[in-house]
Ligand binder design. Structure first.
Ligand SMILES: [Zn+2]
Length: 255
């Protein structure tokens, strides 16, 4: 794709990311995502449109509310920039195709799921619905798509996390992963199919383990503390969705 178009897709991603921030903030609290317009969570002052430019406004305002000068969480521009980057990777991976639309919907949902899990320790059901919807549309639209593809993907996704869930309860006497993680990987499975869902899981566990070791080393967490797994499963899902088949083919070629 041309650079101009990729820049446009990045900017579009940051605008969607700005909306995802609203979703992340409001949906768990049961608030409307449409009304009221954006306001400062500290002073309640309505944010002017010229202060709502993704990433840029945060930098111009020096990370502070124009009205009350309270600091604005760095999370907002991070979510915006990450969404922009995920949109660009989606465009580079899938080009002009219907899969690009699936990709944008998937990464947007994963963004909400990850940050709500970090904040609240729950996997938001509402954010799983678009993923399953895309999975169903994908098999319905694609002439070579089959219901077995989606069903088997969901089954493998649910079973692999379900197995860990049950083993943790028996061996560690605690929930290693939550019911939410089971639902997440089942939803993802409808779109990714069983092979890429397995790969997503392994990438997620791998990155999660590395992140856990780093956090323990930095003394941010100890061995007993619970680290939400949704973000890692989401990262694994995105990587597997983008590059999974290439990776699997390369691996099978080596073997
Ligand atoms: Zn304020």
């Amino acid at each position: 794709m041309e650079y101009v178009l990729l820049i446009f897709i990045f900017l579009f991603g940051t605008v969607i990311g700005s909306f995802l921030n609203v979703c992340i903030h409001r949906i768990p609290k049961g608030l409307s995502i449409a009304y009221p317009p954006s306001y400062c969570p500290k002073c309640g002052q309505r944010i002017k449109p010229y202060d709502l430019i993704p990433v840029v406004s945060y930098a111009i305002l020096g990370g502070k509310c124009r009205h009350c000068k309270e600091p604005i969480s760095i999370r907002y521009p991070i979510v915006e920039a990450l969404t922009g980057i995920a949109f660009v990777v989606s465009a580079l991976t899938y080009g002009y195709s219907i899969e690009l639309l699936y990709s944008l919907a998937l990464v947007s949902s994963l963004m909400i799921i990850s940050f709500v899990d970090i904040d609240e320790g729950i996997i938001l059901d509402a954010a799983l619905i678009p993923i399953v919807a895309v999975g169903i549309i994908a098999v319905a639209v694609d002439p070579s798509g089959t219901w077995q593809y989606a069903a088997l993907g969901a089954l493998v996704g649910a079973c692999i996390i379900g197995t860990i869930y049950i083993l943790s309860l028996i061996i560690l006497k605690k929930e290693g992963m939550g019911i939410g993680d089971i639902k997440l990987m089942a939803a993802v499975g409808t779109l990714l199919g069983w092979q890429r869902t397995l790969l997503a899981f392994f990438i997620g566990v791998y990155i999660g383990a590395i992140a856990g070791i780093i956090m323990i080393a930095l003394k941010k967490k100890d061995m007993a503390s619970e680290i939400p797994f949704g973000p890692f499963l989401s990262i694994g899902t995105a990587i597997s969705w983008w590059f999974g088949y290439e990776f699997i083919n390369w691996y099978l070629f080596l073997a």
